[in-house]
Design a protein around this ligand. Structure first.
Ligand code: UDP
Ligand code: MG
Length: 312
């Protein structure tokens, strides 16, 4: 009987040190799972270091290793999409190159799909130890907000490390949007998902690629991509201020009829002006975010551009 194949998609951005360590660890894991074959799709997301050389070396000595190298840095979302679209396995998983996604979980993930009939086994970190406190705090708040705003559920601490069946991967690839937010896409397609929990692991080498600002705008992207409630909220804010202004017009009218109209209240007028124009700008910014995403979507630019690969 032909062995089933698992494709491992590895997005890499400046991971020259971590990648070889990752590969070594994965080979150990492979030995424990002799009933399946492996395929590695290493995606070089426009690294400035020798990541691509490491990939080429690995692919020369191991024919199950494939690489895709982007013409520039397109971001992890693009790298994951590229990997998923090229993977040929019966099951596909996405793993970070820094061993923060523990390879030993793979075996259990695979057997959960095969024996228990799940379509997907995801992993979630139950602790964020080793991560800056402020980052964990904002991450938790983000999950609270997005789950309130959006109809699909995003699991706190869920990683992109998940083993999926071919059917689920194909469904994800059917979603052709340019602004890809995988955490949302995974939930959007549905399917039966089992969650495995584990403790946060520190990066094996190299540094995190996420700045605080980078994570913040990624969070905003997620909200814009999977909820239109901010638009509704700004409509309510507008309605609220409309009502207030209505009441105020009447109050001022009565006052000037009853007590005359001495010129005073300049300061309060300015304060109100500043406040209301601030609120207006804020709401306009919300519209703008949706408009800019729509704008990018209509251009139909490719999500990634490949410069070098050993795949057909
Ligand atoms: N990554 C990528 N493109 C980017 C940023 C990151 O392919 O623009 C890869 C990176 O090489 C790593 C994974 O995405 O394999 C996760 O990145 P990182 O470890 O920096 O994120 P963290 O674990 O700190 O959230
Ligand atoms: Mg990491």
């Amino acid at each position: 009987m032909k062995k089933e194949k698992i494709s491992i998609v590895v997005p890499c951005f400046n991971e020259e040190e971590a990648l070889s360590i990752f590969y070594r660890e994965m080979k150990k894991e492979e030995k424990k799972m002799r009933n399946v074959s492996f395929e590695y799709i290493l995606v070089d997301d426009g690294s400035h270091d020798h990541t691509l050389d490491v990939m080429k070396k690995l692919s020369l000595k191991d024919e199950s290793v494939f690489y895709l190298s982007f013409s520039r840095n397109f971001g992890k979302e693009a790298a994951m999409y590229a990997g998923l679209s090229r993977a040929t396995g019966d099951y596909v998983t996405i793993m970070d190159a820094d061993l923060q996604d523990p390879p030993f979980l793979l075996k259990e993930m695979y057997s959960s799909i095969v024996e228990e009939g799940y379509d997907c086994v995801g992993t979630r970190r139950v602790t964020r130890r080793g991560e800056p406190r402020i980052r964990s705090f904002f991450a938790r708040q983000f999950y609270k907000i997005i789950n309130r705003l959006s109809n699909i559920e995003m699991v706190d601490g869920a990683r992109d490390f998940r083993l999926m069946t071919r059917q689920m991967v194909d469904s994800i690839l059917e979603l052709k949007e340019y602004n890809r937010y995988s955490k949302g896409l995974f939930s959007f397609v549905g399917f039966r998902t089992k969650w495995l929990e584990y403790e946060n692991v520190k990066r094996c080498a190299g540094e995190t690629k996420w700045s605080f600002f980078g994570l913040f705008s990624y969070a905003l992207e997620g909200i814009v991509a999977f909820s239109t409630k901010p638009l509704v909220i700004s409509a309510f804010i507008g309605l609220f201020f409309f009502l207030i202004s209505f009441i105020m017009i009447f109050a001022i009218l009565f006052r000037s009829v009853l007590f005359g109209d001495p010129v005073s209240g300049w300061l309060s007028t300015i304060c109100i002006l500043f406040f209301v124009s601030g609120v207006q700008l804020f709401c306009m910014a919300i519209f703008g975010m949706y408009l800019s995403k729509t704008y990018l979507e209509t251009k139909k630019r490719p999500v990634f551009i490949i410069r070098d690969t050993n795949m057909k």
